[in-house]
Design a protein around this ligand. Structure first.
Ligand code: FE
Length: 178
């Protein structure tokens, strides 16, 4: 009996927690007039504009190329089927089928959703030469790409969780997106 009560309480708290996260995400999207999952028009907005819209944490990663701490991102171990969108503008970036388990500590994919989903830029910061990956629509920083990924591409798109907005396939089906 005690176990049943405990399980019920845990379920109620979990549902409340998930609902709160979705509500926050929904509010952000409603406040962000540039967020769209269908509009592919390139956005050339200044950081002054984005600063008024994005949370401090997202702004630092997306617009100032900060990196979230390894193994701390909410999507690092996410293995649910679905689509990953740009958290800043809603541009489709990756499918869960291209996500693979990586020991690097960040969500990793072997290919983008479409060729134009992302852009690439040489990054010589921190005494390293790397290739930065940017959102193809809004130009926000997503992470970096490396040549040690699995087949078929051999690439590892090493992304910051906070830069990604994940939509589970089940939820998408409910609203008729699939
Ligand atoms: Fe974007």
């Amino acid at each position: 009996m005690k176990t049943t009560i405990r399980t019920t309480v845990i379920c109620i708290f979990s549902l409340f927690f998930i609902q709160t996260i979705f509500a926050q995400s929904k509010k952000f999207k409603a406040d962000n007039v540039y967020y769209s999952r269908t509009d592919t028009k390139v956005l050339n907005l200044s950081n002054e504009v984005w600063k008024k819209i994005l949370s401090k944490e997202l702004y630092q990663v997306a617009r100032e190329a900060a990196t979230e701490r390894a193994f701390t991102g909410s999507l690092y171990q996410n293995d649910i089927r679905g689509t990953y969108y740009c958290a800043v503008c809603g541009n489709g970036l990756f499918l869960s089928t291209a996500k693979f388990e990586s020991a690097c500590g960040w969500p990793s994919f072997y290919e983008p959703l479409r060729t134009k989903s992302v852009l690439y830029k040489k990054d010589s910061s921190h005494n390293m030469v790397r290739t930065e990956v940017l959102c193809g629509r809004c130009g926000s920083h997503l992470g970096h790409i490396f040549d040690d990924g699995p087949k078929p591409t051999g690439k590892r798109y090493c992304m910051n969780s906070i830069s990604l907005d994940f939509e589970p396939l089940v939820a998408a089906r409910k609203i008729g997106s699939f």
